[in-house]
Design a protein around this ligand. Sequence first.
Ligand code: ZN
Length: 301
Amino acid sequence: MLAMPRSNNLIDTATLLATAPWQHEKPVVLLKNVMRLTAPNPGMMTGPGTNSYIIGTADTGYIVVDPGPNDPAHIQRLFEVTKGDICAIVCTHSHADHSPAAKPLQALCNAQKTAQPLIHGLPSGEHASSNSYFVPDETLQNNELIKLVSRRLQPDSYTLKVIHTPGHAENHVCLVLINDSLLFSGDHILNGSTTVINPPDGHMGDYLDSLDVLTAACAEHQIQHILPAHGYVLDHAVKVIAHLKAHRLGREEKIAGVMQADPNGTLDDWVAKAYDDAPKHLWAVAKRSLLAHVEHIRSKK
Ligand SMILES: [Zn+2]
């Protein structure tokens, strides 16, 4: 494989891992070529809000990853931060807190004649719910490279690699910023909560397999930091993924035990026992992941 030039951007771990209070009005500069602008949609399912990542510089133009919900103020801020110089809009998946801003942001750039960005991603899968129906302008391929190229003489270019990671959603992709060894994990890996696997668009077997794919990507690209769509940057990428997988498998073992003890039980019976360590108000959501585990357990028989 061709060696990618690393950016001169020595990673300032302290900046990357900064945990200043969330604010939605201004982006947080994580590196000279990576900013995080958090949408004002905090909630149980979104944590402090959806992180839109802005990759690039005034020289290269920008890629916006996960423009977020259709929130006019957030879209306007994405436009202003980038001065509308957006080369591409990438959606990690099509859930309502990630992709609906893509078209209005694109339309704003077109109307202001600042750029003509295409929307990149994977079309929503056949089981996706109606509120996450999505058709990109450009369908991404696994391992595809998306490039930002310098418009000056000195080479300042950035490359994102696409990794198809079904599990949380069938059309989910993660992205590696190769120059800086960063993993943008969308909702596959979060900070502060465990992502929900909601069948049939969500699939536990795929989710676990995708974790293995990400572990391999971390080794290949020496990735240390994970930038999730919800929550702060995570350090020790490989350890985080290993921990996450162990957590899921531990939960699955517990669920298998609960099913064995009460084979005729309903999902409601099982969730109370299998998630007895989680607050009761989360059980309705946990029941979706429970179902994903149940299907996974039964598929192995
Ligand atoms: Zn999300």
